[in-house]
Design a protein around this ligand. Structure first.
Ligand SMILES: [Zn+2]
Length: 258
């Protein structure tokens, strides 16, 4: 296997890695490790001291659980692997305090954390709107967790695409009969189909299977691009590196047991 290309989209933080001489099982294993095994911080327990807003405690707690928290993987343990044996300590959990009085909107930025590394990634996420005289005071406990246990711990999106080989025949006898069945974006000004335009507009699915004599699309499943787009808890690189570490650990465990 070789890595052919690595690209990064600065705006979304997405990275794309192209593997050559690989197979779908290998890339899919990585993909599943990224979404299922890579842990992230999320609020897991909330103690309400006061809530006179119009929303029930349960709704607020659910919303808090979905708030994207910047995660420091080196600084915290998973509670089930921690030296406190599941009791909860400073190495596996952190409290965030919120105290707000209406009128006004309570935002994620109102959650105050003692650890500057663990804080809401998107401070303007609204939690609840308070009217005059309404109060909210709570302590939220955030822990590391895995996406396979609860999707709030999911670190982002991961998907893979195969390399496509496109063959176009603009001179086929049925061209005029079929040309209206293809998207307009793939035609040049002179009315011919250009394979490059299919690629640029990502119209493989719209062109595939219409008429294989005019456009034939073949998938090369030994050249696969893995795309990783983070929600914000971790960077795409951290997600990939941690997934590899976690897989290594699983295989080592298996080896030891054998
Ligand atoms: Zn602990």
């Amino acid at each position: 296997m070789t890595i052919e290309n690595v690209s990064k989209d600065r705006k979304s933080g997405r990275i794309s890695v192209t593997f050559k001489n690989t197979n779908p099982a290998f890339v899919n294993t990585l993909r599943r490790a990224i979404v299922d095994l890579v842990p992230t911080m999320a609020i897991d327990e909330v103690t309400f001291n006061q809530n006179t807003s119009v929303l029930y405690d349960e709704i607020i707690a659910h919303r808090l659980g979905l708030i994207v928290l910047k995660t420091d993987l080196r600084g915290y343990n998973l509670i089930e692997e921690c030296t406190c044996e599941g009791e909860g300590c400073a190495k596996c959990e952190i409290n965030l305090k919120l105290k707000s009085t209406g009128p006004g909107t309570v935002y994620a930025s109102d959650l105050k954390s003692k650890d500057p590394k663990i804080k809401p990634e998107y401070p303007k996420t609204p939690i609840v709107k308070l009217l005059k005289g309404q109060n909210m005071e709570l302590i939220a406990t955030a822990r590391l967790g895995k996406g396979k246990v609860h999707s709030k711990h999911n670190p982002g999106l991961a998907w893979h695409t195969f390399k496509n080989k496109i063959t176009v025949n603009n001179n086929h006898k049925d061209f005029d009969k079929f040309k209206d069945k293809y998207p307009r974006e793939i035609f040049t000004k002179t009315g011919k189909i250009d394979a490059k335009l299919i690629e640029e507009n990502n119209l493989y699915d719209a062109c595939d299977g219409v008429n294989d004599n005019i456009i034939k699309i073949e998938h090369d499943d030994s050249t696969i691009t893995l795309h990783i787009e983070p929600w914000g808890q971790l960077t795409a690189k951290e997600m990939l590196v941690r997934a590899i570490e976690d897989l290594n650990k699983l295989f080592l465990e298996l080896e030891e047991k054998i």
